[in-house]
Design a protein around this ligand. Structure first.
Ligand code: PGA
Length: 214
């Protein structure tokens, strides 16, 4: 199984997202061994869920989830609210750790909340110092210096980090950080990397479909 996660971050309105889906679905070959996970801003989840509901192996994910259950938490979006709208939840992206001071304890709470409401967590780690709670099935290694810089981390270093993370054999290990249609193939052909978390290149449906089609 290969996972291709499109992390749109704080980008795209509904019109742009609709166009993206129209183009992507014409270009991408999404077979039974492929899972495409589109992670839009929250307000687009419902309209996009309607657009993709007949498409096979294309799912929606969220970019973050609250540590809380429903309640008096102004501005929060809880896993309970998201249940049924999305299937996956990115947890612990380095931008959240950096700009919102999220820590390992928050990750545990978010993973708990996600699982409780049937969102499969995709845990992002910056390196082996970020804790990986038991039972996390999808881990994305995203070295900070590679994110949004065009400086993707070379395969040997990524594999060395995979070793250090000491993951359970059934864990899916993804790489993220300046992945594009040119550099993605080498990671995949190693047979050690189960897919990608893609930021910048995922904003363009043609570029992202080329990565999915590799
Ligand atoms: P990038 O972002 O592909 O733009 O480097 C990756 C990420 O932050 O998930």
């Amino acid at each position: 199984m290969k996972y291709f996660v499109a992390n749109w971050k704080a980008n795209k309105n509904f019109e742009e997202a609709s166009l993206w889906i129209n183009i992507f679905t014409k270009q991408a070959v999404v077979d039974e061994e492929t899972r495409v996970i589109i992670c839009p801003p929250y307000p687009l989840l419902y309209p996009l869920s309607q657009k993709i509901k007949k498409l096979k192996n294309i799912y929606l994910g969220v970019q973050n989830v609250s540590i809380f259950d429903n309640g008096a938490y102004t501005g929060e979006v809880t896993a309970q609210i998201l249940e049924g709208l999305a299937s996956f939840a990115i947890v612990g992206h380095s931008e959240r750790r950096k700009y919102f001071n999220e820590n390992d304890l928050d990750m545990e709470k978010k993973i708990h909340q996600a699982k409780k409401y049937h969102l499969e967590p995709i845990l992002c780690v910056r390196d082996h110092k970020d804790k990986i709670p038991l039972g996390v099935k999808i881990v994305a290694y995203e070295p900070v210096g590679a994110i949004g810089t065009g400086l993707n981390e070379k395969l040997p270093k990524v594999l060395a980090m995979k070793q250090k993370l000491n993951l359970a054999s059934e864990t899916f290990f993804l790489y993220g950080g300046s992945v594009n249609e040119t550099n993605a193939k080498e990671y995949l052909t190693s047979g050690e990397i189960a897919g990608f978390l893609v930021g910048g290149a995922s904003l363009d449906p043609i570029k992202f479909s080329r990565i999915v089609n590799l």
